[in-house]
Design a binder for this molecule. Structure first.
Ligand SMILES: *Cc1c(COP(=O)(O)O)cnc(C)c1O
Length: 421
């Protein structure tokens, strides 16, 4: 009731009381009344294998016996070294160096600084950044600048820097996106295209084709521009492959990963880059140093959790689980394919999304909080983006848990159509 805590993305004047969670288990959160809530969005997209995966928790416990935070300039440690080698083994080919940070936003900031620093240090400065319309890259000033402008950042708008926006590659209109990118590149000085590969997350779970991604990469190459893949959400199996870029056969120049990097257990992020970008910062001239750090860079306990996550990917049938989850999702989504109450019924890998047909769509659509309340009453953690309902469950989810969620979507739509939501 009387809490001083200010919660994220929360309008405290309108929201119901926060629900207090006392434990997590598998695909569920357990509240102080003992209720099990199905975490259908993986606690904001971070939990991959399930909450408290035993191998990851054990690795954290073991790391706690040896480490806390260790300064990461001048000093290094085994978990960070091992993780870097492991990441380069599992990432698309061509990436050679790993820079650590602690959140999705910061690893994208690092990527932008690497790209700008690359051209600066090469003596051929370029300042322009291209992005896709509707993209989301984080909530810091730099990543907000790159992301879609709207109600989220209206207050900060005058402080945000300009970027060049490509139209979203809607099916059938892909060429418009490619042409726009080519025009920007041709007019000069495009340092990088910053892009969420194959699916834009917070922008509305918008899926686009692999061909667009590979074509964009080809255009970037032709003009000497870098491709930054923001795999913060798409990484670690969400789209059906470890990284989404793989499906397009694309090796980005810079790859950003966070959310599922530790299986979701602890905050950690990494920005991977090519040897060329690292080399451009390598010099006897100190001014060419990559001037970036955050206090908790490469926290050893978080790195140990990520190493354990890599081992889970190696030792457990994670890829099969993802494939099975994809088909479980597909079978359940099928009932809405020809349902006029929904539009744009879509899926990529383990993620499904559908738009409830409403008169006033958009993120602030009244229907969003109403749907959320409806699901909450059914012990389901589903947070629609306006009228867009999506599922991004942990890979340990059971058929019964999925059934509950899809039945609830059906009932929510029925209530809404009957004016009872
Ligand atoms: C969540 C997200 C971010 C920001 O990550 P944080 O850890 O919340 O800062 C960046 N990019 C994408 C694509 C995301 O989904």
């Amino acid at each position: 009731m009387n809490s001083p805590v200010w919660h994220p993305f929360t309008q405290h004047a309108l929201e119901p009381a926060m629900r207090r969670i006392v434990e997590t288990d598998g695909a569920c959160l357990i509240d102080d009344g003992g209720a099990r809530i199905f975490d259908a969005i993986s606690s904001w997209w971070v939990i991959t294998h399930g909450h408290r995966h035993p191998a990851i928790i054990a690795a954290i416990q073991a790391a706690c016996d040896r480490y806390d935070q260790i300064i990461f300039a001048e000093y290094t440690h085994e978990p960070a070294e091992e993780l870097a080698h492991g990441l380069l083994r599992i990432a698309p080919p061509g990436l050679a160096h790993v820079f650590y940070s602690d959140s999705g936003s910061t690893c994208v900031e690092v990527a932008l600084k690497m790209a700008l620093g690359f051209f600066h240090n090469c003596g051929t400065p370029r300042q322009r950044i291209c992005v896709l319309e509707h993209s989301y890259h984080g909530d810091t000033i730099g990543t907000m600048s790159a992301g879609e402008r709207g109600v989220f950042n209206a207050a900060y708008e005058p402080m945000l820097f300009g970027v060049d926006r490509l139209p979203f590659p809607q099916a059938g209109h892909e060429q418009d996106t490619l042409d726009a990118f080519e025009r920007f590149c041709a007019s000069g000085d495009v340092a990088a295209l910053l892009i969420e590969p194959l699916i834009l997350g917070a922008g509305g779970m918008l899926i686009y084709s692999q061909q667009v991604l590979s074509e964009l990469k080809r255009i970037a190459e032709r003009y000497g521009s870098l491709l930054i893949a923001d795999e913060v959400m798409t990484g670690w199996g969400r789209t059906g492959s470890v990284f989404a870029c793989e499906q397009a056969g694309v090796s980005p120049d810079i790859l950003c990963t966070s959310k599922g990097l530790t299986g979701g257990a602890l905050p950690l992020a990494a920005t991977l880059c090519t040897a060329e970008i690292f080399q451009a910062h390598l010099s006897s001239d100190r001014r060419k140093t990559f001037f970036h750090s955050s206090s908790y860079t490469a926290n050893p306990i978080a790195c140990a959790a990520a190493v354990a996550n890599l081992a889970v990917w190696e030792n457990e049938p994670v890829r099969e689980r993802i494939r099975e989850l994809g088909s479980m999702q597909k079978r359940r989504l099928a009932r809405f394919q020809a349902d006029p109450r929904f539009r744009n019924v879509r899926q990529i890998g383990t993620i499904t999304a559908l738009d409830l047909t409403v008169p006033g769509a958009g993120y602030l659509a009244d229907v969003g909080p109403k749907l959320r309340a409806f699901f909450r009453e059914r012990q389901l953690l589903i947070r629609p983006l306006g009228n867009i309902i999506y599922m991004m469950p942990p890979y340990c989810v059971t058929a019964a848990e999925l059934d509950c969620a899809y039945d609830a979507m059906d009932d929510a739509a029925a209530c809404f159509m009957a004016g009872r939501l």
